[in-house]
Design a protein around this ligand. Structure first.
Ligand SMILES: [Zn+2]
Length: 215
């Protein structure tokens, strides 16, 4: 199980990428550039440790924030954008799009866009659906609101109970490709895993010439 989930969420989805070209799975790139993304923040437990590690390796990332977390921690949102990272919408309270009425999802998305744009003073144009669950409604919403739904091509499963920093970092190092979009979490459930994994990922890959940009 501990190997199966990241494997399926990575390799299992790759055949579907071409059927949903409106959703971003991987950036078209030849060079050793990849895109780290962090979902669920900002949090008092993880955001600053993650930002410190990113800064150490001069890496940029995209942080898909929850509206209610951003409201509670405007200082952390400020720290994220001040460090040159970008923010995206991860809804207000993380409802599952597969079981949430469209009107409620729309309210969550608009409310979060407003909160984030007020804090960062710039348009927010990227959405990561909670649980990575896209729907036809979300795709339509993105098209009409000039938003981009950002999925991934590397999902190491740092949120799993069985995750370890070593497994997460090895998975990313073994699966990264030019233009990869990598999902990690700014979430207390993986505070003992993700920062340590990120340090190993950046230490190993920057030594091999990889760079990390924001989407
Ligand atoms: Zn999430």
């Amino acid at each position: 199980m501990r190997i199966l989930v990241p494997y399926l969420a990575t390799h299992g989805l790759r055949p579907f990428h071409r059927f949903f070209p409106d959703m971003l799975w991987r950036v078209d790139a030849q060079a050793r550039t990849a895109y780290l993304t962090f979902d669920d923040g900002p949090t008092t437990e993880c955001t600053r440790p993650l930002l410190d590690i990113l800064a150490e390796y001069n890496a940029q990332a995209t942080h898909f924030l929850l509206g209610h977390h951003a409201e509670q921690h405007p200082d952390l949102v400020d720290a994220i954008v001040s460090a040159g990272h970008r923010v995206g919408n991860h809804t207000y309270r993380h409802p599952d799009p597969w079981s949430t009425p469209q009107e409620e999802l729309a309210r969550e998305l608009h409310r979060t866009t407003e909160i984030l744009e007020d804090l960062v003073h710039a348009p927010v144009r990227a959405l990561r659906p909670p649980y990575g669950h896209p729907t036809g409604f979300l795709r339509e919403w993105c098209a009409t609101q000039n938003q981009r739904m950002v999925m991934w091509d590397v999902m190491p499963g740092d949120y799993l109970q069985t995750a370890t920093a070593e497994r997460v970092s090895s998975f990313v190092i073994n699966h990264i490709r030019p233009g990869s979009v990598i999902v990690l979490h700014d979430n207390p459930i993986c505070e003992d895993v993700t920062p340590q994994a990120l340090d190993t990922i950046l230490d190993t890959l920057t030594a091999r010439g990889w760079q990390f940009d924001a989407l």
